[in-house]
Design a protein around this ligand. Structure first.
Ligand code: SAM
Length: 201
């Protein structure tokens, strides 16, 4: 597979029917991911990391990068002064690329909500760019992430406009407050970048 156009890689990844197939596809893609997404996608982890930095004045806070992939958000978070980054992902090959960037203190190969994920201590800040989408993660995973946030903690994540209704009921739960929103006009189906705070109940 040579360098793909954005429409091709989106179609290919979105054709994954199961999480195992999705993992295999990301494993295959890992070594070319950064080059393939440099024109269109890389603005998304950059904007996500920027939004998280704006809502996290204390850069000593630990950030959990969920679906860290090759570590694009981690690189930007490090440039803002964050030094305690944990990355998780289902794809070992994507994590290998992230490890090579040398910005994560810890990288864990796991699925949101599984037993390895359960061992991670609750964090103050979390980012998940490109993770809430078909076959990737939905309302159950969003609930898991919220439970992993310390009271007052912030989650920044993305979802395409067509996927937002799937998350709506979970986003409307009490004690969960939207604090920022931005629309990134990439793709015909715009990408929403959202920040939520988990308030103490
Ligand atoms: C579109 S990529 C985004 C990677 C990175 N966050 C970025 O913005 O470049 C989505 C990543 O999420 C991971 N992923 C998808 N579903 C997941 C899940 N349920 N649990 C953990 N990781 C997941 C994939 O393996 C992939 O690396």
């Amino acid at each position: 597979m040579s360098q793909m156009q954005p429409s091709q890689w989106l179609e290919w990844i979105c054709s994954s029917k199961t999480l195992d197939e999705l993992r295999d596809n990301y494993d295959q893609w890992a070594s070319r991911y950064d080059a393939d997404v440099s024109d269109v996608w890389s603005v998304v982890p950059t904007a996500g990391a920027t939004m998280l930095a704006q809502h996290t004045p204390n850069k000593q806070h630990t950030v959990l990068d969920v679906g860290a992939g090759t570590g694009l958000a981690g690189v930007v978070l490090t440039s803002f002064g964050f030094q305690h980054l944990i990355g998780i992902d289902i794809s070992p090959s994507m994590l290998k690329q992230a490890e090579a960037k040398g910005v994560y203190q810890s990288l864990v190969c796991c699925t949101i909500g599984d037993s390895e994920f359960g061992k991670i201590e609750p964090v103050e800040s979390m980012i998940a760019t490109g993770v809430f989408a078909k076959t990737h993660a939905g309302p159950t995973e969003l609930t898991c992430l919220r439970a992993k946030l310390q009271p007052g903690g912030v989650l920044v994540f993305t979802a395409r406009q067509s996927f937002l209704p799937v998350l709506q009921t979970t986003l409307e739960q009490p004690g969960w407050e939207q604090i920022d929103a931005k629309v990134l006009p990439i793709y015909d189906d715009p990408m929403h970048l959202l920040a939520y705070r988990a308030n103490a109940n």
